[in-house]
Design a protein around this ligand. Structure first.
Ligand SMILES: C[S@@+](CC[C@H](N)C(=O)[O-])C[C@H]1O[C@@H](n2cnc3c(N)ncnc32)[C@H](O)[C@@H]1O
Length: 283
């Protein structure tokens, strides 16, 4: 994706999955905005992925629930007053999880952010002013400089959520962004992001369904570019000194209470990173 390209279609797709997960019999979260934001276009894109990768809805439901929980812990237990959503797409956390005194910053590629703001303006009641909107192309711009321009305080801790973005970036952009986060944020900050395995990213020895999934997002104009089976070395080289990673079977076991092999969570992971050992116990 570059600055001249159009708004992210994968962002609309994940928004549609968030809408669906909100309607689960026992939902892990409820996003009252997602259905209208994603619209028929988002649902149509998600439907086409369903056949290729049936666990997608579950995967995204778990991802959103886990990251929502981090926001709650950061704000309520650790007194964090800045929440940054990198590559925000149609994220609605600023509207769903607001707290007095907490500022949400949504950072995204200009094309996607413009489309989001246009869609939000047609949603009656959406608190569009709950977030500060910052543009940044991670392939060539510095997110800390962009954030500082919008009033972000680099001497105060932040929770940074980088959800569903890293796989779409070049390794150079992942490294540059991670290095800027490690070097430019207050050391009490926490960065959380998800990533995919190397074989999936590189299209090597994949099952037919995994290959179809990978090809499908490429057809949407956002090819998978970066994956890793061991994210720690990259994060260490970028300046982080505390790293934890977890996989989606662990999350499913905790949040849904069971393990099912057929969920096919083979290549998705979440990483937490900080430059100093956090005082809080992050889940
Ligand atoms: C799959 S969507 C995820 C959206 C959102 N985080 C979520 O989980 O609902 C990918 C997001 O990454 C953003 N993105 C992709 N490449 C980017 C780049 N080079 N610079 C900034 N944002 C980028 C897209 O604009 C889009 O919002």
């Amino acid at each position: 994706m570059d600055v001249t390209s159009s708004a992210s279609k994968t962002a609309l797709m994940v928004c549609a999955y968030r809408a669906r997960a909100s309607r689960w019999e026992k939902p892990l979260f409820v996003d009252p905005w997602a259905e209208k934001l994603a619209g028929e276009e988002g649902e149509a894109i998600a439907k086409r992925l369903d056949a290729r990768f049936p666990p997608m809805e579950l995967w995204l439901g778990l991802r959103v629930a886990y990251l929502d929980r981090l926001v709650g812990l950061a704000v309520d237990r650790c007194n964090v007053r800045q929440v940054v959503i990198l590559g925000a797409g149609y994220d609605t956390r600023a509207a769903r999880l607001p707290r007095a005194g907490v500022t949400f910053y949504e950072v995204d590629h200009p094309a996607t952010q413009a489309s989001k703001r246009e869609r939000l303006s047609t949603l009656p009641g959406y608190p569009i002013e709950n977030a500060r909107y910052v543009t940044c192309n991670f392939e060539r711009e510095d997110p800390i400089a962009q954030l500082a321009g919008a009033g972000f305080d680099t001497h105060e801790p932040a929770l940074v959520i980088w959800e569903g973005v890293v796989p779409y970036l070049t390794e150079g952009a992942v490294r540059a962004t991670a290095s800027r986060l490690a070097g430019g944020l207050d050391p009490r900050s926490l960065v959380a992001f998800d990533f995919v395995g190397k074989r999936f990213a590189e299209g090597q020895k994949l099952s037919e369904k995994d290959e179809q999934t990978r090809a499908y997002v490429g057809e949407l104009g956002e090819p998978i570019r970066y994956g890793s089976d061991d994210i720690l070395p990259l994060l260490a080289e970028c300046g982080f000194r505390w790293v934890r990673s977890l996989d989606f079977n662990e999350l499913a076991l905790e949040l849904l209470g069971d393990y099912k092999r057929e969920r096919q969570f083979r290549f998705q992971h979440i990483a937490l990173a900080a430059v100093r050992t956090p005082v809080a116990q992050w889940p």
